[in-house]
Design a protein around this ligand. Sequence first.
Ligand code: NAD
Length: 257
Amino acid sequence: MKLQGKVALITGADSGIGKATAEIFAREGASVGIIYHSDEQGAQETRRLVEAYGRRALVLQGDVGDSASVARFFERTVAELGVLDVLVNNAGQGMGSKVPVDELEDAQLEKILRVNLMGPVFCARAFIKLRKKHGGKGRIVNISSVAQHLPTPESAPYGMSKAGLGSFTRSLSVELAPHRINVNGIAPGLIQTPMTQKRLDDPKQREQSLEQIPWHRAGQPEEIARLALFLASDDGDYVTGQTWTIDGGLTMNWGGA
Ligand code: NAD
């Protein structure tokens, strides 16, 4: 088992990629702190999946964009599951409906940057303090997006938040190298989760989306979870500062595939 005896905190573990990551981590021996925002039923389902592997799970509700919430996540997880070894910054707001920048409201901009960018910073800050107190080591995995690299017209804040997360991953990897804390990112393409279900259920939007992907299918959350496991385990020990794209060739496609 690749995470035997480890403790992992996964934000947004009630759904999609976070839920699949919690399950695979538990299969590999980890106890899991499950952070959710509003889907308590989803979070309880993840807890059952984790416990089915004989691991411990803790379900906590809160907002990653609120530093007081984040402080509570860490306090409670350490008290109930033990000192954390792995942090997966997965929680995120999607692109939502398209809004050109000149019509963007302050609150919309602030919300996405808070959740997608400041949230991972708040969580990483708490994780680093904890790991430094316990002799260093540990793994941070940031779930970014291909939008880190591609333009997102009329969804500029989403792309900005993920590009910022990529930059944070690079900076932090060097800052934390003396403490042997690995920091990596994953940039998924189109993955079938509640975030994309509406697009995939609409035949026209689905075809438009799949047309751009050389693999001609959406990815599954488990495919991202397997990469997260690699980066969170000793298999990924010599990897830091990278964001790994996993997108069925989407970012390689210049329209000719
Ligand atoms: P999802 O909708 O299933 O999950 C989003 C998660 O974020 C939920 O668990 C929700 O609880 C959590 N969340 C949202 N706001 C929160 C907040 N303020 N505080 C705490 N938690 C909050 O979607 P998903 O596809 O599994 O998304 C997971 C991550 O993957 C996101 O960061 C998303 O940007 C990224 N991503 C997804 C895709 C895709 O195609 N699905 C592509 C690229 C990147």
